[in-house]
Ligand binder design. Structure first.
Ligand SMILES: [Zn+2]
Length: 380
């Protein structure tokens, strides 16, 4: 069982992941749809003329190329001091999730690193083939045979590089486009433009997939569309919290538990209030945080007679009321749905994911009202 501190550093899990390995200090998780693609490749390849060994090498190489692509992103991000939370392998290539968003000038290099890895792999294979003349270039590029194995792997890497360089969010090309656009206009506008291009290209790809009866294209188009939409939403959120402090978004009216309280006491509080996470006090000192997840887990394993002290998290996230929300929000990831706000060692509030979303909605409305008032006051 992982320790509390390990649980805390774990990022918000993407549902549907099956299996995790650790490479160069980066956890690599596999989405079940990635395994579907592996199965599809095996089924497709089984009809070919190649040996079983060649097919296995081919599939492993494609898998390795996608992974190296993501590790390329992760390693360049590390040079800018950005940790990679994990790499999620998806059918459209994989997703390196970074601890914080790279700044515009960093993003170009982080985004380029992935496709560059694929171009390097393809380039080295073609160079080696040309220098040694061992394996001739195949007549039919779409057919895997034992002879065409290396050229096929090189071609797959070229396709990976080209696909990822499409100037559409969430592809790497879309990120490069965004950071180039952000030299000329505000960052959120650049993001919105790149996201719209991404959604437009995904819609066209999906339409073409429908007309050509190609389920694979429709599938990829769907992923690109959802990814573009998420990027767009995330950047809107960043704009809304810019310049805001923790105290304007925190919960100030909240309930606490005592160190000696039972899980039953906590469950009653969970039911009778809308609060989900409870600070636990020992005297006037905050000794831990009981989250809803931990409470439910304790209820299931230890029952209502257990103590909150045994279930609470002692390494909870601490913030101050004057901290920028931009710095505090990234703390609300993984199992941390709540951070405690302290002023001079005194607990003054809770910063929760739910409250933050209410705050965002209110800011959005306020901004819309301000815009409409400006328009009323300044008729064209
Ligand atoms: Zn990439």
């Amino acid at each position: 069982m992982p320790s509390e501190s390990e649980q805390r550093s774990e990022p918000r899990r993407i549902p549907g992941c099956v299996g995790t390995v650790n490479i160069l200090g980066v956890p690599v998780r596999f989405h079940f749809t990635f395994w579907l693609i592996v199965v599809a490749l095996i089924v497709y390849g089984a009809r070919g003329k190649q040996s079983a060994a060649a097919l296995t090498i081919y599939i492993l190489s494609i898998f390795g190329s996608v992974l190296l692509h993501e590790l390329g992103h992760a390693m360049v991000a590390r040079r800018f001091g950005i940790r990679t939370l994990d790499i999620v392998m998806l059918p459209i290539g994989g997703l390196a999730r970074l601890e914080r968003a790279p700044k515009a000038h960093e993003e170009v290099w982080v985004a380029l690193a992935g496709p560059v890895v694929n171009l390097l792999i393809a380039g080295s294979i073609f160079l080696w083939l040309t220098l040694t003349g061992v394996a001739p270039l195949p007549d039919n590029w779409l057919e895997i045979t034992d002879q065409s194995l290396l050229p096929m792997i090189a071609t797959a890497n070229l396709v990976l590089a080209a696909f990822n360089l499409l100037p559409a969010f969430p592809m790497d090309g879309g990120r490069i486009l965004r950071s180039l656009l952000s030299k000329f206009r505000p960052e959120h506008e650049a993001t919105r433009t790149a996201a719209r291009i991404g959604m437009g290209m995904a819609a066209m790809m999906g339409l073409y997939g429908l007309l050509a009866l190609n389920p694979f294209l429709i599938f990829i188009a769907f992923f690109v569309y959802v990814g573009a939409m998420q990027e767009s939403l995330a950047s809107q959120q960043q704009v809304l919290i810019r310049g805001e402090k923790v105290h304007s978004a925190m919960v100030t009216d909240f309930r606490t538990l005592l160190h000696g309280d039972s899980i039953r006491d906590a469950a009653n509080l969970l039911l009778s209030t809308t609060q989900q996470d409870f600070p636990v006090l020992t005297g006037s000192h905050v000794s831990g945080l009981l989250t809803r997840t931990a409470l439910l887990r304790a209820m299931a394993t230890e029952g209502p007679e257990g103590y909150v002290a045994g279930a609470m998290d002692r390494n909870f996230a601490k913030v101050s009321p004057d901290m920028d929300l931009t710095d505090a929000v990234p703390l609300l990831t993984g199992n941390n749905s709540c951070a405690l706000v302290f002023q001079d060692e005194r607990l003054v509030g809770l910063l929760t994911a739910e409250n933050l979303s209410e705050f965002l909605v209110l800011r959005e409305i306020r901004n819309a009202r301000q815009r409409s008032q400006v328009e009323e006051n300044e008729p064209v």
